[in-house]
Design a protein around this ligand. Structure first.
Ligand code: COS
Length: 418
């Protein structure tokens, strides 16, 4: 490990943010030269970037602009619509999020939401919708959001109550539109997004087979996104209220009533990238722990001289590697094994679930150990490991809680998929 050269003060406060995320794992056979180039360019570029993150909403918008202007958001959409690569490439997403999360959780958030919020448009949007939204997302000119969860429907997606009534059917030949009523909550980018991909019931009696995905522009009359939610690691988050919000039927993504599978397919892609963000946080916590323990003196030695410290650091790096390998495997499966027919969609879904579960749980443990190694400084507000301790927590909950991933994996085992 490279010896720390920064001052103890910097180590204590985490003030020296100009750190480069390691990229030596990109030599693994999961990756190609393109991935190595993306990872190394981003790892070199990020330490030079500074955004004032005092206000999460302003900072998030600034990150979207910066990442868009520097071509990084182009990895959120396919080449036909302004993207950098032909298809959404899971390995590129993983590398990007790992690096961004290492540098700034808000930068990672801004990037990830552009992908998650536009993912269903990439997968199932009409050519008109793809042309309207995707290039603007890639440039950072439009902010995207994914609106699935509701006050009483988080893990249980089938329980959503928001309805989209086909106005033509219910009113006997009115305008070709959906009228959306209901409420969504925990919506990332809520209040700052330019559009929302909203999942609503078009046939409530059909359960998961009666949900549709509709793109709703933020300025649509009847949509209110003003109720902000404060969380322990601040980022833009809001409750959305739809009151007879009328949207043209041409804003429908894919087939009517096929929205549940579209939501699951979108989550399948981005769950693996959540795992990567967790790995980025954990790698940063390890670097902070190494710097701190090498400089902190006690009993006439540096903290790093003690075997208990070395054991902790050893366990941390193994936990990170274990999560990372599952994450890279899942990304590789989606990019290579699925198209080649050597893995089934069900096997990939299980691999993505395993990656998200292990990477986020392991990262939580690694960051907790980094806090412990920092002693009192680990819980001091403003130290990097203190903020990482808050940043990691939500990743075990959103985009499918650990328990949902366990359920997916358990069902896969019983079905003989894995
Ligand atoms: N890709 C494609 N299709 C999928 C799929 C996937 N990943 N997962 C499920 N499906 C399909 C199933 O094949 C099934 O199809 P049929 O109706 O043709 O048989 C249908 O969707 C229903 O599947 P299932 O019965 O497994 O659905 P459940 O209601 O039991 O839901 C869980 C399963 C809990 C796994 C799902 O609701 C889920 O992932 N919940 C978490 C949601 C989430 O991440 N929320 C956070 C929101 S974003 S912050």
């Amino acid at each position: 490990m490279k010896p720390a050269t920064d001052s103890l003060t910097q180590a204590l406060t985490g003030a020296a943010t100009a750190l480069r995320c390691r990229t030596d794992h990109l030599c693994l056979p999961f990756f190609t030269d393109t991935h190595r180039q993306i990872g190394n360019c981003l790892a070199d570029w990020l330490p030079q970037q500074r955004i004032d993150e005092t206000d999460d909403r302003t900072a998030c918008k600034a990150w979207v602009k910066l990442l868009g202007a520097n071509q990084w958001l182009r990895y959120c959409v396919p080449a036909a619509h302004g993207g950098a690569l032909e298809q959404l490439d899971s390995r590129a997403l993983v590398i990007l999020r790992e690096n961004l999360a290492f540098h700034s959780p808000l930068a990672d958030f801004a990037f990830a939401m552009q992908g998650l919020g536009s993912g269903a448009i990439t997968l199932a949007g009409s050519p008109t919708l793809q042309a309207r939204y995707l290039p603007a997302v890639a440039r950072g000119d439009m902010i995207a959001a994914f609106a699935l969860s509701e006050p009483e429907a988080g893990s249980d997606v089938a329980a959503i109550k928001t309805v989209a009534i086909n106005a033509m059917d219910s009113r006997g030949g009115g305008p070709n539109a959906y009228e959306i009523s209901g409420s969504k909550t925990w919506i990332s980018n809520g209040g700052i997004a330019d559009f929302y991909v909203v999942f609503a019931k078009t046939a409530p009696e059909l359960g998961t087979r009666g949900i549709s995905a509709i793109v709703v522009d933020a300025d649509t009359p009847g949509l209110d996104a003003s109720e902000h939610i404060q969380v322990m690691a601040p980022h833009p988050l809001a409750t959305l209220k739809f009151a007879h919000c009328k949207v043209a039927a041409s804003q429908l993504l894919g087939e009517e009533n096929a929205g549940f599978k579209l939501a699951m397919q979108t989550l399948d892609i981005f769950r693996t990238s959540v795992a990567a963000a967790a790995i980025g946080f954990a790698r940063r916590a390890l670097v902070e722990a190494v710097r701190y323990t090498q400089q902190r003196q006690m009993f006439g030695h540096s903290l790093a001289d003690f075997q208990l410290t070395q054991a902790a650091l050893g366990e941390m790096v193994a936990l990170i590697d274990a999560g990372a390998m599952l994450t890279y495997r899942a990304a590789w499966m989606r990019d290579i094994a699925l198209p080649a027919g050597t893995a089934t969609r069900a096997q990939y879904t299980a691999a993505a679930a395993a990656a998200k579960m292990c990477a986020t749980e392991n990262a939580s443990k690694v960051i907790d150990m980094a806090v412990q190694l920092h002693g009192g400084m680990g819980v001091k507000v403003g130290s990097r490991v203190e903020s990482l301790y808050r940043d990691i927590r939500a990743l075990r909950i959103y985009e499918g809680a650990t328990q949902v991933q366990q359920l997916i994996l358990g069902k896969s085992v019983l079905a003989g998929t894995v």
